[in-house]
Design a protein around this ligand. Structure first.
Ligand code: UDP
Ligand code: MG
Length: 318
């Protein structure tokens, strides 16, 4: 039977920790009873340098349910994406399949069973996708949707309306762990893994207790990090603008010369205006060109795996 690890990053979640632990234990028990996962499945809480009693509560839960509740304590607050990565990589050595979920139970724990079913149907990655955002504020909803649109425009492949609630098989996490980059953006990285994937749909619920640990500032940082870690399009845009302005400067030159010969201009205007347009365009063009190389260097230094083999068919015994 497959051993499931549910990975839960927690930052100052003392209000929800016990509720989350109970809800997730019930899910595990239910799945074990149905024979869908091994009895040795567990929950792994990752304490992301919480300043409140989160870690004490994790310890207490572990003491009460030593076989079902595990914990990892990070040495300081490193942020959701890193905490999640730490949890997944720790869990992969102890389990066959992982599911990541937020501590606040905004993601519906009842679709975990469906995720497991899809895993057994041969999917290595199963995304939890929100159906609607009824419970989110108008502000959160529009900013989040704007975010997915911008990502798409920038050519970053993400799954629409999917946050970090997802199932990953052991080998998917294994492959993920080969992405050594420090600017983590899991929602962009996981689709790069490329194994067979599927989605489950659920309604996003309200936070059980406590408040969002993602204020606007952190959200903007996540969005900018997502774009700048995955796309060199902004650099190409500079190059594009540069080319456009150089072309426009030719038109400006025609206009300036006509004005010059029809004699409607102050002396010196023609040469000035021509220099401004042409040099401005040339500078942007040059910056864009240099940027292309920087973009390449950026992609190279990430040293991402160049491919990921899913299956091999040969006549040799594996
Ligand atoms: N979180 C974390 N480290 C941080 C911020 C958040 O581990 O620095 C965790 C948090 O405990 C929660 C998850 O990330 O389990 C998502 O945070 P939250 O629910 O506050 O975000 P929202 O749902 O409001 O976007
Ligand atoms: Mg939340």
């Amino acid at each position: 039977m497959d051993r499931l690890a549910i990975v839960v990053p927690c930052y100052n979640e003392e209000e929800v920790l016990q509720i989350a632990s109970k809800a997730l234990r019930e899910v595990l028990d239910g799945l074990v009873k149905k024979g869908k996962i091994g009895a040795d499945s567990f929950i792994l809480f990752v304490n992301d340098g919480s300043k409140d009693r989160t870690w004490e509560l994790i310890e207490a839960e572990h003491a009460a349910y030593p076989a079902q509740v595990f914990g990892v304590k990070l040495a300081g607050n490193v942020g959701h994406q890193f905490a999640l990565t730490a949890g997944l990589i720790t869990a992969k050595d102890l389990s066959d399949v992982t599911i990541s979920i937020d501590a606040d139970l905004q993601d519906d724990v009842n679709v975990i069973e469906e995720m497991i079913d899809k895993f057994h149907a041969g999917n290595d990655i199963v995304y939890g996708v929100r159906k609607e955002r009824k419970t989110d504020t108008f502000f959160k909803r529009t900013t989040a949707q704007g975010f997915y649109k911008v990502m798409e425009l920038m050519g970053v492949k993400t799954v629409y309306n999917h946050a970090d609630f997802r199932l990953m098989s052991k080998r998917a996490v294994e492959q993920f762990s080969k992405y050594k980059e420090t600017n983590l953006f899991l929602r962009g990285m996981v689709p790069l893994i490329g194994y067979q994937t599927d989605c489950v749909y659920y309604d996003r619920l309200e936070r059980v207790a406590g408040e969002s640990k993602y204020p606007l500032k952190k959200m903007l940082a996540l969005a900018f990090n997502g774009i700048s870690s995955f796309s060199v399009k902004p650099i190409s845009m500079i190059l594009g603008v540069g080319i456009f302005i150089v072309i426009a400067s030719v038109l400006a030159a025609v206009y300036a010369l006509i004005s010059f010969f029809t004699g409607h201009v102050v002396p010196g205007w023609t040469s000035l205006i021509l220099s401004i347009w042409f040099l401005g365009g040339l500078q942007l063009l040059a910056i864009g060109l240099v940027g292309q190389y920087i973009g390449k260097i950026y992609i190279e230094v990430k040293q991402r795996p160049r491919y990921n083999i899913e299956k091999v068919l040969t006549n040799e015994e594996a």
